[in-house]
Design a protein. Structure first.
Length: 87
C-alpha cells in the first residue's frame, strides 16, 4: 500500500499512555487505496519524522466500523520511499 506525507501536514505528534508517558510518535498521512478514487486520511506510527513524499509499506490494517482505515497503532511499520520511474 502507498501513502503520501504532504508538505505542511507532516507534523509528528506524541502518543502517550494514561500516565502521560511518551509511548511513541505518529504522523498524519494520506493512504492511496486501490479501490478508492480519493486518498484516505490517517495516521501511522513512526520512529522518526518522515519527510514529505510518497512511501509504500505492507500494513496490518482493517476497515473500521465507520468505514475508516485502522492501522495497527502498536508497531511502527517498515516504510520505503517510492522510486520515480523518471530515472
Amino acid at each position: 500500500m502507498q501513502f503520501d506525507i504532504i508538505q505542511g501536514r507532516d507534523e509528528v505528534r506524541e502518543i502517550r499512555n494514561r500516565d502521560r508517558e511518551i509511548m511513541g510518535f505518529s504522523q498524519e498521512c494520506y493512504f492511496l487505496l486501490p479501490d478508492s478514487a480519493f486518498p484516505v486520511r490517517g495516521k501511522i506510527r513512526v520512529v522518526k519524522r518522515l519527510p514529505p513524499g510518497t512511501y509504500e509499506f505492507d500494513p496490518v490494517y482493517r476497515i473500521g466500523r465507520f468505514g475508516d482505515l485502522e492501522i495497527n497503532p502498536f508497531e511502527a511499520p517498515l516504510v520505503a520511499p517510492v522510486k520515480n520511474s523518471d530515472g
